[in-house]
Design a protein around this ligand. Structure first.
Ligand SMILES: [Zn+2]
Length: 59
């Protein structure tokens, strides 16, 4: 029944997957907890946006 109590299982609002590892904070509002994979993806898209905005060289 509650054999999995020690691990808190969350559902990522972005990919809808269940995860039990430490959540990442969404950069959209800084309070939504998302899975680390989506956190990484957001971090990357942020980085790419920043990079392309500040660096006009083609990648
Ligand atoms: Zn996710």
């Amino acid at each position: 029944m509650n054999y999995n109590m020690s691990k808190e299982v969350r559902v990522c609002p972005i990919c809808k997957k269940k995860y039990s590892e430490h959540p990442a904070l969404s950069r959209v509002d800084n309070k939504t907890e998302i899975c680390s994979a989506c956190g990484l993806a957001e971090a990357w898209s942020d980085y790419i946006k920043y990079y392309t905005k500040t660096n006009k060289r083609s990648i």
